[in-house]
Write a protein that binds this ligand. Structure first.
Ligand code: ZN
Length: 349
């Protein structure tokens, strides 16, 4: 065996360039706090469970930030214009959950993204984060992923006003903070404060459920310090009839530099887990690089609209009647059902 001695001065120079290995990111936090088996997909938690009545969960209280940066965009961001030649795109996966259900967690999608080092942004509902505490904390510790928020209980904000509207938009920030704090309080995380500090203390991105908003809701998101991130490539994966091949074709045919792609990882992205292994290698072969939404925003200029929609303005207006929101959030948690369903949370390791 040939042994080589590297002079100390060279080692010091190398460390100055790449930094110490453990300063790379959040990965060591993930490996310290979650065994591989707990990170892996569990088919039993993929499908949403309908409960038939609202869950007894307290809605976190949050306050608006005292100052909003002048650079914070106002309006709905659909894509990003990039400098010529750059082929960055953002895959986004919504984790939607309504009051009377426990939505799913499609771990096969996350397993694929991890195995193939694909960056992605999750838009998690506040209630979803609360019922999927451990999964949320796992996503928070992953260098590949970024978490934005997606309403408290996936309401159509076009039917909400004033305090109800603000609470629907800001409560998930409270849920995010709760999970971040729970993680930081664990013994495994306490030994790694530098890695914990790399988890953003606040979410910066927001997605309007149903692709529906109005000027008042856009103003509320802005007042909350959140960038509203919608999309320009809709996979159509909430339709059970949509095949994996069709989803992949939609992605490959419609993506262009700066695109934001919407899909779902809450068990209502039908065939999404099978579609991504078809679409992602094909897009990479065309020279596209997957980045988080924040990285995409930092690389160019956002394309902003003053309304929200799926593929064309007005196409989500039908949700005003299909998913008319209750006017008022429960001030106190609703009474628990006779048999309280087990939450998909557990004490973090
Ligand atoms: Zn959603």
């Amino acid at each position: 065996m040939i042994r080589r001695t590297i002079p100390a001065a060279v080692l010091a120079a190398l460390c100055a360039i790449v930094g110490p290995a453990h300063a790379a990111g959040r990965a060591e936090l993930q490996s310290a706090c979650f065994a591989p088996a707990t990170l892996a997909a569990d088919p039993a938690e993929t499908a949403p469970v309908k409960l038939g009545r609202p869950m007894a969960l307290r809605v976190p209280q949050t306050t608006l930030p005292s100052a909003i940066p002048a650079t914070l965009p106002r309006g709905a961001i659909r894509r990003v214009d990039l400098p010529k030649g750059r082929k960055l795109i953002a895959l986004t996966l919504d984790l939607c959950e309504q009051w009377s259900e426990v939505a799913g967690y499609d771990g096969a999608i996350v397993d694929y993204l991890r195995a193939n080092k694909v960056k992605a942004t999750f838009f998690a509902g506040g209630k979803w984060m609360t019922t999927h505490g451990e999964r949320t904390r796992q996503l928070l510790t992953d260098d590949l992923f970024e978490i934005g928020t997606h309403g408290w209980a996936h309401r159509n904000v076009r039917g909400l006003k004033g305090p109800d509207l603000l609470r629907e938009i800001t409560a998930p920030t409270g849920a995010y903070r709760q999970q971040r704090q729970a993680l930081a309080a664990t013994q495994c995380a306490a030994a790694l404060p530098a890695a914990v500090s790399r988890i953003p203390t606040e979410p910066a991105l927001y997605r309007f459920p149903f692709g529906a908003c109005n000027p008042e809701a856009l103003d509320a998101a802005h007042a909350a310090g959140l960038s509203a991130i919608q999309w320009d490539v809709s996979t159509g994966d909430p339709a059970p009839s949509q095949s994996a091949q069709a989803i992949a074709h939609t992605m490959i045919a419609n993506v262009r530099p700066g695109s934001i792609i919407i899909a779902h990882a809450n068990g209502r992205g039908f065939h999404t887990a099978a579609a991504l292994p078809l679409a992602i290698p094909a897009l990479r072969a065309k020279g596209y690089q997957f980045v988080t939404v924040s990285e995409l925003l930092a690389a160019g200029r956002p394309v902003i609209t003053d309304t929200c929609y799926d593929s064309r303005p007005g196409d989500t207006d039908r949700y005003d009647t299909l998913f008319a929101p209750r006017a008022v959030l429960p001030a106190a948690p609703p009474a628990p059902p006779a048999t309280t369903p087990a939450l998909r949370t557990s004490t973090p390791r």
